[in-house]
Design a protein around this ligand. Structure first.
Ligand SMILES: NC(=O)c1ccc[n+]([C@@H]2O[C@H](COP(=O)([O-])OP(=O)(O)OC[C@H]3O[C@@H](n4cnc5c(N)ncnc54)[C@H](OP(=O)(O)O)[C@@H]3O)[C@@H](O)[C@H]2O)c1
Length: 212
């Protein structure tokens, strides 16, 4: 690992939490804090709010002062509320494009063709960032908004900020399931995540007695 991509584990995190934190946590932090530069005037829509990245995104957006609407299935509503979402939407009951309100920013953690329907929900000069699909440049121009696919670019300063947020209990980690680090366990974890309905994070346990 390059040295500038390594940081110590939070003092209050066990090994499982420390494993679940960096990738999804830095993805949310970098996009919302550095790229969107969210503040208390923002109204953020998070698509996929109960997933690994989405649950961190809700908590970080609230920490930055934004008002947060989060989207997930009925199974995900309580989890997204517990993470701090001001409003939660069940996409099976209410398709997101039928919402009557608008947002200053949208963080898309799901992608798919329904991403195109998010553009009318953005205010002029708003920002759509997706970690799952390249947004349409044509639609971005048509709606006078910024839209981009973003890839994580970890750094020690982001990891250090994430660690501080965890240590101050501003951020919690939701681990929905652990799997043994065996051929079967790895296969089961992949099959589970490929279904696209994971809540929070899945963690591989290298040894059974791993909790610290
Ligand atoms: N570009 C990057 O740097 C980067 C970094 C990390 C991850 N990623 C990618 O980003 C995506 C999200 O990652 P993740 O780890 O958060 O995934 P995940 O943990 O698998 O999250 C999936 C979540 O999406 C929700 N969901 C599924 N269909 C939905 C819909 N139509 N509307 C709203 N929510 C929906 C599910 O909630 P329900 O069960 O309630 O449906 C589930 O909680 C993945 O494609 C991953 O590969 C990219």
């Amino acid at each position: 690992m390059p040295q500038d991509q390594i940081f110590r584990s939070p003092v209050n995190a066990g090994f499982l939490e420390a494993a679940a934190l960096p990738l999804a946590g830095v993805t949310a932090l970098q996009n919302l804090q550095d790229r969107m530069q969210l503040t208390d005037v923002d109204r953020l829509l998070v698509i996929g709010g109960a997933g690994g990245v989405g649950l961190f995104a809700i908590q970080i957006a609230k920490h930055l002062g934004a008002t947060v609407t989060a989207v997930g299935s009925s199974d995900s509503q309580q989890l997204m509320k517990d993470a701090g979402a001001d409003e939660v939407i069940d996409y099976k009951q209410q398709p997101v494009h039928t919402l009557s309100k608008t947002f200053t920013a949208i963080f898309d953690c799901v992608g798919g063709s329904s991403q195109d329907e998010l553009f009318p929900l953005l205010e002029r000069d708003g920002c759509l960032l997706s970690i799952a699909r390249d947004p349409s440049e044509q639609l971005a121009r048509k709606h006078s908004v910024t839209a981009a696919f973003t890839a994580i670019s970890p750094s020690q300063s982001l990891l250090s900020k994430l660690c501080a947020l965890y240590e101050s209990e501003t951020l919690t980690v939701h681990i929905s399931e652990t799997f043994p680090f065996t051929e079967r366990g790895v296969q089961d974890a992949h099959e589970k995540i490929e279904k696209g309905h994971t809540k929070g994070k899945l963690v591989m346990k290298i040894q059974e007695d791993e909790e610290r």
